[in-house]
Design a protein around this ligand. Sequence first.
Ligand SMILES: Nc1ncnc2c1ncn2[C@@H]1O[C@H](COP(=O)(O)OP(=O)(O)OP(=O)(O)O)[C@@H](O)[C@H]1O
Ligand SMILES: [Mg+2]
Length: 359
Amino acid sequence: MDTAFGAGLLDLRPDDLPDGLVVADRLGLVSCFNTEAARLTGRTSEESLRRPLESALPLEDPDGRPWWRLTNPYGGLATRSGQPERNLLLPGGREVLVTARYVRPHPGGPVRRLVVTLRGTDARKRTERSNAELIATVAHELRSPLTSVKGFTATMLDKWDRFTDEQKRLMLQTVDCDADRVTRLITELLDVSRIDSGRLEIRRQPVRLDEAVRRHVKNMVNGGCPAERFALRLSEPLPGLWADPDKVDQVLGNLLENAVRHGGGTVTIEMDRVPSTRTRQEGLAVTVSDEGPGIPEEAMHRVFTRFWRGSERGGTGLGLYIVKGIVEAHGGTVTVGRSAGGGARFRFILPAGTPAFLL
Ligand SMILES: Nc1ncnc2c1ncn2[C@@H]1O[C@H](COP(=O)(O)OP(=O)(O)OP(=O)(O)O)[C@@H](O)[C@H]1O
Ligand SMILES: [Mg+2]
């Protein structure tokens, strides 16, 4: 099929289109049947061309009714301009998404040409499956802390007088922890949904990343982590960044918490300036490495996916997915590898950024 659309300016061939394209002339005979249409229908263009649309593309609606007879493009209402996207069936039951346009040179006049686009449903099915899996995982993650909350509160209410104050305090502490877990999960899920729908807002302000790192380390030391577990290596001078300080805090918080919780030994934080090149803006690279067990080679490509956890000690498995979402929303990149000490090594690069008022 090498009929080009128009000449000169738009040298586009029907076979260049990512969607299936079928065109019928004013008599309803097929005049174009591109490669993708042939792939989706399992019929060649040769056997489809010049045949009536009804037999070249015998679509049925979900109730098994012949689609072209039902919609009657050539004989129906003269004001109709087409059919919106529908999920229809090909012979053999394969689903396709179909959109049709009725080309009428004069409004209200006869249909001169019928243009039909076809699209496979595999990608949509995959998304639906992954959404269903996500809901199942979320339900499961919410159920375990809630089951524990319910168990302890019910026991306490039932046998209040039989427990000592100390036992009650212990149960309430567990309930408190579980409530925190649910809140954290919900906060993370809201971030995931913002990342997935492209609604993650980046409010750029001047950020000193070295100061942010020092603050995080100090907080962790105050929280009971020995100070000698952290080593800071800065190669001055470091550029200032225009970034979202709260989001950068989330990234640092998760990477450092992961290194302490899942990793081991000394946690080294290195910061380097990344010089600008012809294709890249100047930026800052932060590397967090530890001396723990590291991430197994075969799992490295999965660490940034939703809900992936390497061990039972894991949290919800959303932290690194959010890290990647935040870094990429800033125009940066994040990678995982193995540290010299055998542990995990996470490195992210943030471009220096431009203040919002200059964009
Ligand atoms: N420094 C590390 N060393 C070893 N394993 C790690 C390290 N960092 C992350 N991992 C593994 O990657 C998994 C995913 O990390 P991620 O931060 O996404 O989730 P999480 O820490 O389990 O939960 P949270 O959502 O609370 O952050 C962890 O469960 C852990 O198995
Ligand atoms: Mg984490």
